[in-house]
Ligand binder design. Structure first.
Ligand code: SAM
Ligand code: SF4
Ligand code: F3S
Length: 470
């Protein structure tokens, strides 16, 4: 079998989006070309998410669908389902030729030849291979550079599959991160997105430097980064030094994602989040005092086992108290190997659905009210592309990550950061007019030589996931 063309389908979080960039970079460097669609590709790469049951079912359906195409492509399964189901995916369909775990992304180029020879391979696990992943400079979004700060997770929240699919937390050396960021900025990107499941528990394996110091170094160093964002922070690692660092650098993102998951101490304790409702609210207070313009967003799980109506009302009350700019809410989905999948007192599906519905009524109202306070203000909008409604409008994001749509004028392009006066607000977006003034930043892509990308090193040199910490 000769693989000439590829097609990639990506589900899941920004870590998966970045892994797809790394996978695509290796395919291009190996001489493959992008196909117009899955049906015309020699190799279809499915980069998968296992965080809830529904996306996993969809992947199974997609594998079966691809196998029924008139000319079935070879299929590579990457991402969290690959790590979770491993050999079972080879058994599911003869089309599946490669199963590649998320910590093995850098191995793709080296495996293609064996796949072409007819081998069917399962490459999963968490052992590190330093230096095994050349960063090939491919960006799915040309103006955005994504940079891994930590991989994996050590938190072992009782509902979550991530520590089992991505392995123990591993931090990259501060110098490797700074070099990659500097390279991307010299290449002209308008935005850097730093990535980690609990990014603020970062600790440089060489110098011991923490996340606040890393951010300070990146934000202080030249060349200037037009927009610097990071995902995702865990509330229990969000310390005063980090708050001070964000406050001290006005061009650091004013969008802070701080998943709370629940508003009841009983549920938080069974989730093993290791903070209380009061501690979370006190953290929000400290952030708001130091960075009043911050746009806070959060994740919530409804219908966690044992969640009573009173527990749920405490979650609604917390949402009313904090007034987040954006809330991502999910119905609890039991996941393999996680303790919560074995907890008694499952909440019935219709109750989960009804609670989710009530939650969105509250959050939609709050988000609309917050957006309305921005009417009349001028926002620095990074243009992302055409708006969903019309090719005559751009869609972009303000410094606080809010979606802003506005009519196209002049020669603005995606990647430019431009001034927009807000004229109208809805629950999930703003509308505005481009102010006739010079852009804050013009996106001018430059081609630079390939940079070697060192793999992360585990904090304590441990290989894979072990039992959760007490
Ligand atoms: N690391 C981040 C954190 O600590 O919150 C988020 C990681 S997770 C990939 C993204 C979100 O999915 C979580 O914040 C949680 O709200 C949701 N999630 C995780 N496991 C879930 C489950 N079993 N059922 C429903 N939602 C879940
Ligand atoms: Fe999952 Fe919790 Fe880790 Fe987030 S912190 S990835 S929710 S285990
Ligand atoms: Fe999904 Fe894995 Fe990300 S489970 S959310 S792709 S870490």
């Amino acid at each position: 079998m000769r693989l000439r063309t590829y097609f990639i389908e990506t589900r899941g979080c920004p870590m998966n989006v970045h892994d797809s960039e790394r996978l695509e970079g290796q395919l291009i460097a190996s001489g493959l070309r992008p196909a117009a669609d899955a049906g015309s590709a020699d190799l279809v790469l499915l980069n998968t998410c296992a965080v809830r049951e529904r996306p996993v079912q969809k992947i199974h359906g997609r594998i079966d669908q691809l196998a029924r195409l008139p000319r079935p492509p070879a299929v590579a399964i990457c991402g969290c389902v690959a790590q979770q189901e491993a050999d079972a995916l080879l058994e599911r369909s003869a089309s599946v030729v490669l199963v590649l775990g998320p910590r093995k992304v850098g191995r793709l180029a080296g495996l293609l030849h064996r796949v072409e020879q007819g081998e069917r391979l399962v490459v999963t696990g968490f052992d590190e291979t330093p230096g095994g992943d050349p960063h090939l400079g491919h960006h799915a979004t040309p103006y955005r550079g994504m940079v891994t700060v930590t991989e994996g997770c050590d938190e072992f929240c009782t509902y979550c599959v991530v520590p089992y699919t991505r392995g123990r937390e591993a931090s990259r050396p501060v110098n490797a991160i700074a070099a990659e960021v500097g390279h991307l900025v010299a290449g002209g990107v308008s935005e850097i997105l730093l990535l980690g499941q609990t990014i603020n528990s970062y600790r440089c394996p060489q110098t011991g430097v923490g996340f606040a110091a890393l951010l300070d170094r990146l934000a202080s160093a030249g060349p200037h980064i037009p927009r610097l964002r990071f995902l995702t922070s865990h509330p229990r690692h969000f310390d005063d030094l980090l708050i001070e660092t964000i406050a001290a650098h006005p061009h650091l993102s004013r969008y802070l994602h701080l998943p709370v998951q629940a508003g009841s101490d009983a549920v938080l304790s069974r989730m093993k989040r290791r903070y209380t409702r009061a501690e979370y609210l006190e953290l929000i207070e400290r952030i708001r005092q130091a960075v009043p313009e911050a746009n806070l967003s959060t994740d919530v799980i409804v219908g966690f086992p044992g969640e009573t109506e009173a527990d749920f009302l405490q979650t609604l009350d917390l949402l009313e108290t904090v007034r987040f700019g954006q809330v991502f809410a999910f119905a609890f989905s039991p996941r393999p190997r996680t303790p919560a999948a074995r907890y008694a007192d499952a909440v019935p599906e219709p109750v989960k659905k009804e609670r989710l519905h009530r939650l969105f009524e509250v959050t939609d109202r709050i988000e609309r009210e917050l957006n309305e306070t921005l009417v009349g203000t001028v926002q620095e909008v990074l243009i992302e592309g055409d708006s969903r409604r019309s090719g005559a409008e751009w869609q972009g994001r303000g410094a606080d990550n809010r979606v802003v749509n506005f009519a196209k004028v002049g020669d603005d392009r995606p990647g430019d950061i431009v001034p927009v006066r807000i004229t109208a607000a809805a629950a999930h977006s703003l509308h505005g007019d481009r102010i006739p003034a010079e852009p804050y930043h013009r996106f001018v892509p430059r081609t630079l030589p390939v940079l070697d990308r060192a793999m992360p090193q585990t904090k304590r040199g441990e290989p894979g996931p072990r039992e959760p910490r007490p």
